[in-house]
Design a protein around this ligand. Structure first.
Ligand code: F6R
Length: 605
């Protein structure tokens, strides 16, 4: 997904921009560019390809104390040098980088062309540089030109703008696409993601939708779209630059899978109460009476976040006995949902910036819903929008496929379910059982990680299959869905997930020696039913890889994970599937951390 970085200060901007762009590479992109301004000129370089290709064409004497950079992920127009950002106005005075989508770009382009403006690229973004360029001559400030230009724009944007007539100044604006300011010593940064600026500063300010900021070396001012100045309190990001290093692992994905004993421990830290066997979740901002008042829980999130929400819904139903279900936020927001006062809404997002989830939260808030967030990125848009919530403290997730955020989200749900259960009918003994089970997780995850070699051998055995079926019952079903998701997104092997109970209602027709099945078979009250399903697959000559708490004769291969409390088992059952997908993708030579067509954080519709 597109990335923005901007710098103004006493250092040379170009190396800082290139370093920032490198930090954004993990989000996925197809071209990169930058513009640097000094007292004499505005110069740009842009290329189709990697940031390293851009660095290779930036001359050593590319001097200037302010500039903007961009990694582009093509939406309007193919990946090419010309379509890469920054885009300039006709007089080559203004340069703009843009994340998001300008919905009325065609209409604006026609209007500008009728005024004699010649476009260079096929992008929607280029209308912004021309709009600002044609306005800036009539305004006293760049900020006013940007504000006026944005008034005619329909769509989403995070933008950074420089003007060759004002070398020490950058204007940034946000509507639906994140912009964060970084405050340095006599220098200012801006980026679409803190990853780009964390090497230089941890003091940050998030822009809200509709806000615009003027950055100079000695500070910044923020304004609403109607030019009222806003007061912003900077906060300190607790992530460190080192979190973005690969730690000696071949891929970030493997690093993040391996971090899970620590990340799960961090999600739990300080939140379990041994005296009353409850969870301390101050961030929920709810007293026990309020926590008791909900009659239903509705969970929303996208992709893997949604699957972790399905695990969450089961935990809440089992431990708190409140009806709970999960739905993709991307569907929820479009179906004019009925919002009830006695329903607790929970939104999940690792990045905190997923547009569909944010839009769903905003719709809920408009209708008076009470929304909690389970979010990894502190201060992100979804976190700011929610009434309260639980931060994961899993550290930044760099690889596109979610792993550690998934398990930490499931753990956060166990804590919420414990909280909601203990203010209702969950007994202290059951509360204790869950607390003890949660405490065991980090060590048990370590045990699973020791099986990496065994799982790698299995991944190599099955990686050649044209497709795989993943099945699970009740608690095992979201695990199966997440397993299929991991496999398809990083190895590009087709994978379907089905409730094991549904197999005989259709998909059994697919079973053959060519379509192996990964079966999630925990030791729970459904074990016998699951073993019967394995028999049915076996009878159709289907090969079976079973993931569970024991081996079974019906399975060709087994991965055995440590047993925890039944309600918590899905968390552990997920981890071998992450390792399996990782090694299948490596065996197939895939770009594991940056799978094709995908972006880490989907900040567009
Ligand atoms: C899958 C994956 C995606 C994300 C989804 C939501 O591995 O990473 O499905 O889970 O795009 O992202 P967040 O959690 O940032 O809202």
């Amino acid at each position: 997904m597109c990335g923005i970085v901007a710098y103004v200060g006493s250092q040379d901007a170009a190396p800082i921009l290139l370093e920032g762009l490198q930090r954004l590479e993990y989000r996925g992109y197809d071209s990169a560019g930058l513009a640097v301004v000094n007292a004499k000129s505005l110069r740009t370089r842009k290329v189709k390809g990697r940031v390293a290709d851009l660095a290779a064409v930036v001359p050593a004497r590319f001097k200037g104390g302010s500039g903007i950079g961009h990694t582009r992920w093509a939406t309007h127009g193919v990946p090419s040098d010309v379509n890469a950002h920054p885009h300039l106005d006709q007089e080559q005075r203004i340069a703009v980088v843009h994340n998001g989508i300008i919905e009325n770009a065609d209409e604006l382009r026609r209007r500008l062309e009728a005024d004699g403006i010649v476009f260079e690229s096929e992008t929607d973004s280029e209308v912004l540089s021309h709009l600002i360029g044609s306005t800036v001559k009539e305004t006293d400030t760049l900020e006013e030109a940007v504000r006026r230009a944005l008034k005619s724009v329909v769509g989403t944007y995070g933008i950074a703008v420089v003007d060759s007539h004002r070398p020490g100044e950058i204007v940034v604006a946000r509507n639906g696409s994140p912009i964060v300011l970084g405050i340095g010593e006599k220098e200012m940064f801006a980026a679409s993601d803190v990853a780009a600026l964390i090497r230089y500063t941890r003091q940050v300010v998030h822009l809200e939708d509709g806000e615009l900021a003027v950055l100079k070396a000695d500070g910044f001012n923020t304004f609403t779209s109607d030019a009222r100045e806003t007061a912003k309190e900077p906060f300190t990001v607790d992530w460190e630059a080192g979190h973005y290093d690969n730690g000696g692992y071949e891929h970030y994905l493997l690093k993040e899978i391996s971090e899970q004993p620590d990340t799960v421990a961090r999600t739990l830290r300080g939140r379990l109460d041994d005296r009353f066997h409850i969870a301390h979740l101050g961030g929920l901002n709810m007293d026990p009476r309020e926590s008791r008042s909900f009659r239903r829980v509705k969970i929303i999130g996208c992709g893997s976040a949604y699957y972790s929400g399905q695990i969450g819904a089961q935990l809440i139903e089992e431990l708190a006995r409140i009806p709970a279900d999960a739905e993709p936020a991307s569907e929820f927001r479009y179906r004019s949902p009925v919002v009830e006062a006695d329903t607790l809404y929970i939104a999940i997002s690792q990045s905190g910036e997923t547009y569909d989830t944010l839009a769903a939260v905003q719709e809920l808030k408009r209708k008076g819903g009470r929304v909690l967030g389970i979010v990894n990125t502190v201060g992100s848009a979804i976190a700011r929008e929610c009434d309260g919530g639980v931060y994961l403290h899993a550290g930044p997730e760099v690889s596109v496929a979610s792993t550690k955020a998934f398990t930490s989200t499931a753990v956060a749900f166990a804590l919420i379910a414990l909280h909601l259960g203990r203010v209702r009918d969950l007994s202290p003994a059951d509360g204790r059982r869950i607390c003890d089970g949660l405490r065991k997780l980090p060590e048990q995850i370590k045990e699973i990680l020791t099986q990496e070699e065994h799982i790698r051998t299995l991944a190599m055995k099955y990686a050649d299959a044209p497709g795989m079926m993943f099945v699970g019952r009740v608690r095992g079903y979201p695990v199966a869905r997440e397993g299929a998701q991991k496999l398809k997104e990083i190895s590009y092997v087709h994978a379907e997930a089905y409730p094991a109970s549904e197999l005989k209602h259709g998909p059994l027709a697919l079973i053959s020696p060519e379509l192996p099945t990964v079966a999630i078979v925990p030791d729970d009250e459904l074990l016998d039913k699951n073993l019967t399903t394995l028999g049915e697959i076996r009878a159709r000559e289907g090969r079976i890889l079973m993931v569970g708490h024991r081996t079974a004769d019906a399975a060709d291969d087994c991965i055995v994970v440590p047993k925890n409390e039944t309600e918590l088992d899905p968390i552990l059952l997920t981890i071998p599937l992450q390792i399996f997908a990782y090694h299948a993708a490596v065996a197939l030579g895939r770009d594991v951390d940056r799978p094709r067509n995908l972006a880490k954080s989907v900040t567009v519709e």
